[in-house]
Ligand binder design. Structure first.
Ligand SMILES: Cc1cc2nc3c(=O)[nH]c(=O)nc-3n(C[C@H](O)[C@H](O)[C@H](O)COP(=O)(O)OP(=O)(O)OC[C@H]3O[C@@H](n4cnc5c(N)ncnc54)[C@H](O)[C@@H]3O)c2cc1C
Length: 376
């Protein structure tokens, strides 16, 4: 059996670790870079609690030890009709294909008018640029953090807002931090539990002094100013934004997406057709939120299906550990056969737990067997 995996992120690497645990199939992974970064820990770069080196590992070396071939190349064209994938290093064929190329952050960020006046708190470059700007911030600075319309991940924005507030406080300067949330219920307002957003809003507004602008999104950015979906204009010296998401263009061009921009898959198996699986940010999953934990769960389910393993299928939920400068927090919302588990709590200890978990992800090249999830 010849298995081709596109993308060496949370989903792609979970796929190959899990297949190798149960099978000696011929596996090839194709991804842009053999250096892979654990990006959920990036907010800690802003406070120097971690270094760039702490976030990265060499996927080629990790996979070689398991007899898995790694090809450092760009995926250029996916041809489901001929079971072939064209890359910058030649064409590869497959019996089974796993598409795990992530969400198109850069492509969608560049579509925001005036994006050049803002940082995107997703890439390493975005975080390093934001870090410099916060270090140089002076008395009276205004920081704006928000998301574009239909952006499926607000957790990083919450963390950037909290850390920005902390950095200004630590520097001893006055300033304002604005956080725009798409839900009119505010922070985590997308979840169907009102107590969570009420508690989160209280913490952000009353305890941390962050100004929440509820029920809107970033429509346009101009130098020193953000135009929101409700046409409200917010003046800001430092602007950081996450875009909406879709599957990358190479996947859309292959005709694998629907009107949502994501790959429709049969749930909970994450299968697209008889020999293609789509996992991670680019798949139309069980929840609108696009997270690393969901990416790994989709990969686990896809492998369980492919190899017909005698295992439960997991349900996707949301688990967000928030890094907030001198404090931290956790949000969990899981729904499965076992019922609903919902939790929001604030405590600095969660940051330590996240750092330990991040090391586990980096040291194992994303091979974590337990996701604290419920079953489907
Ligand atoms: C700051 C921040 C904080 C976050 N916090 C959390 C959190 O607390 N909890 C959580 O669960 N999630 C969190 N996330 C979300 C999480 O990081 C993403 O959901 C996750 O990266 C998705 O995994 P993936 O495997 O689908 O894609 P990715 O990890 O993006 O992997 C895709 C891979 O494909 C490669 N690739 C893409 N296109 C091509 C191409 N054309 N050719 C070759 N290779 C290609 C990429 O280089 C990459 O290696 C956070 C994200 C950010 C940015």
């Amino acid at each position: 059996m010849k298995i081709l995996v596109l993308g060496a992120g949370y989903a792609g690497l979970t796929v190959v670790h899990r297949i190798r645990e149960y099978s000696n199939a011929e596996i090839t992974v194709i991804s842009k870079s053999k250096i892979v970064r654990e990006n959920t820990i990036f907010p800690l770069l802003l406070t120097d609690e971690i270094n760039v080196k702490d976030t990265e590992f060499n996927a080629e070396e990790a996979l070689k030890r398991k007899g898995i071939e790694f090809v450092e190349a760009d995926v250029i064209e996916i041809s489901p009709q001929s079971n072939e994938v064209k890359t910058s290093k030649g064409t590869f064929d497959y019996d089974y294909l796993f598409i795990a190329l992530g969400g198109a952050y850069e492509e969608n960020f560049e579509k925001i008018p005036g994006h050049e006046h803002a940082f995107m708190h997703h890439t390493l470059e975005g975080f390093l640029g934001l870090k410099k700007a916060l270090e140089k911030a002076e008395d009276g600075v205004k920081v704006f953090v928000g998301n574009a319309r239909n952006s499926p991940i607000e957790g990083p924005s919450y963390q950037v807002a909290l850390i920005s507030e902390y950095i200004l406080r630590k520097k001893g300067i006055r300033g304002e931090v604005y956080l725009a949330t798409q839900s009119d219920k505010g922070v985590f307002g997308i979840l169907p539990v009102n107590q969570i957003s009420e508690k989160a809003n209280y913490y952000f507004e009353r305890k941390r002094g962050i100004k929440i602008i509820k029920g809107t999104y970033v429509k346009e950015i101009r130098k020193g100013k953000v135009i929101l979906g409700n046409d409200q204009e917010i003046e800001a010296d430092i602007i950081s934004v996450l875009p909406t998401l879709s599957a990358p263009e190479v996947v859309r061009k292959a005709g694998l997406t629907d009107e949502s921009g994501f790959v429709p898959v049969k749930l909970p198996f994450f299968i697209y057709n008889e020999n293609i699986y789509a996992a991670g940010d680019l798949a139309k999953g069980m929840m609108p939120a696009k997270t690393a934990r969901s990416a790994m769960i989709s990969a686990e389910n896809a492998v369980t299906h492919l190899l017909k393993l005698n295992k439960n299928y997991y349900s996707q939920g949301v688990l967000c550990i928030m890094e907030g400068g001198d404090d931290g927090g956790i949000l969990r919302f899981d729904k499965g056969k076992e019922g609903i588990k919902a939790l929001l709590d604030f405590n600095r200890t969660y940051v330590l737990i996240k750092k330990i978990y991040s090391r586990l992800l980096v040291n194992s090249a994303f091979n974590v067997p337990y996701h604290a999830s419920l079953t489907f």
